[in-house]
Design a protein around this ligand. Sequence first.
Ligand SMILES: *[C@@H]1O[C@H](CO)[C@@H](O)[C@H](O)[C@H]1NC(C)=O
Ligand SMILES: *[C@@H]1O[C@H](CO)[C@@H](O)[C@H](O)[C@H]1NC(C)=O
Length: 652
Amino acid sequence: MGVGSEKCAITIYRTSPNSLEAITKDLCGKMQWYMRCMMLLSGAFFLLYFGLQPLTELFDENSPADQDLEVVLINTSQCHLVGRQSPPPITRTHENVVLLRCNKLQVLFTDTRSDGNYLMPSQIFEKLWCKYWLYTPQDWNMEKLLGEGQFNLLPNEHEGFKVGSGRQTVRVLCKSAANEVKYHDVLLFLPPPEPDLIPEPESGDKLSVLILGIDSLSHMVFLRNFPFINSLLDYLPHFKLTGYSRVGLGAYENIMALLSGRSIDELDPDWQNPEDESGEAKGPHFLWEKFKAAGYKTAYGEDTAQSFADRTERWRFAREFPEFNMHPIMLKMDRHTRYSIDIREMIHCTAGRAFGEVLRDFITSLVPHFKNRLFFSFFWESQGVEEYYEYSRTLDVAYLMLLKRLEEENILNKTLVLLVSGHGLRKGNYRMSYQGMQEESEPLLIAIYPEWLKAKYPRAITNLETNTKRLVTPYDLHKTLQDVLHLDRIKDSHLQKRMKKLESRTGKKVPRGISLFLPIPDARTCDMAGIPSLFCFCRDLTEVPTDDGLVVQCSRFLVKSINQMLKPYPKCEELKLHMVLLAYFVDFGEESFIYELKLRVKTMPGEGVFEGTVRITDKMYLTSPVNRISRYLSRSTCVKEPYIRTMCHCRD
Ligand SMILES: *[C@@H]1O[C@H](CO)[C@@H](O)[C@H](O)[C@H]1NC(C)=O
Ligand SMILES: *[C@@H]1O[C@H](CO)[C@@H](O)[C@H](O)[C@H]1NC(C)=O
């Protein structure tokens, strides 16, 4: 918890409710920040009230009793998987990333009043000459320039400047008398909906969807690094789907599986009007578009400009851009005002705010819009978390506040919230351990649902509960969210028929993606669920010597396959097998004749460390994508294609 919130908490304690507001404003600055302070205030109370347990847990983190604690993640006839409570031994990064803060001044804040948008000054110590550019949303990644202007700021200035009204973005550049840039920032005005435009609350029981993604977060790391949210969950109806598995390498591959129900290889750029696998409906294929077509408002945001959406444009994801879209704002920050605070330059700030904070502010400003309307919203936070094991700790309180706010505004009563990740941490020493390797394939999935859902759809919710210990994938989530769009399909009467139909299917006829409102078959295997071998930890692994003849042969094949993929990219050097670091024999059961090895190899030049699975029948072939687990960014900038980039070592 920050010092600021403690101050706020003490203030509450000593003042009457009437003066509380004034003091909060005084303490915490202006307007939008006032909102955040109110969140911090309620959060502080909340923590005092509920938080004693997680606090003591925090202090107990290293007590010997915890060391051997195990959590059952999957418990089926085909798969039994446990996670260990204690973290693997990791070598800390030499930087304490948890303490990093943006180090430039936040000279201006935004405030939306009834008569328009205001820029509010703060922390001004000398006279500044400022220019600003004002934009309004236009299309997917562009904004329309509405105009530009100038103003001066004097020390201790408190009056705001009106810059327009409605939804706007403003870029501001301020210089001192010595012509030095003192402040450069992109700010967003996202006013609440006009009162007369707010529709009556939806009458029928429909559900909004809020996907809150945190990148590179495994279920076990969530249990370790998010004590506050874990204790909040005790008070919200939810399920932790601990058997959630990834089906692709990166967040992008898994997000695409969630949004489209297809794997990356199956996504065809010309796939315009696909048939539903049931053969009935033609129409939009991304969930996004489906919800939009059903009258839902859509919102999208990420804390980086290198967004999924940018990579997806070629699949025309952007055809229907969302009503509330953070992408152009992120692009502007990335281009004009970005700077890094960590040595690896993976955590970005604009003025006094981290990109992650900008994203969370965006979500918070949308809260009034979420009320009384149906929403499909998708947010993804990746900066810091995707690079550093410890960093996710800094998000615990932030997301606690957000969930608390949604609860207070009664939005949780009509929303399915998915706290989700694409995979666990993919980098660093943590990842080199066996536990880290396993946790990489055990992403987070928590579904928070309204209480009334259980009374109305008892069978569906019972099934969902059963599925918490089954093997589930993003393909299942895709089906689940389609059911959310048509809740009549999960009424008991209808569901019973669907369950019969599902039970009648066996073996290869069981669909790959199954709605989580149906019982996922106990006998489901990774193959049936579409989980590539490398990401499957249901099978027993037996470590084998790295100098075994077959191991070396398979490792050579793995490197040869990498070189084959690199062939169309002449800027990349051919890789040579330098060393076999690890080899496991994958046990498919006694009656199986499958012979498969899971390998970790080091290649030269570049000392890339790769993992892959090689299966041997009459010939050898890869059964999974190749996973680069060592860092690579600086030497692979000569290619754009993200997958190839992980393998490429650019020629000098
Ligand atoms: C795993 O499942 C079996 C059979 O369904 C059950 O008896 C057992 O208690 C379960 N174990 C755990 C730890 O949940
Ligand atoms: C939550 O929603 C249900 C169903 O729409 C409604 O009956 C109930 O009154 C709501 N609860 C609150 C606290 O608004």
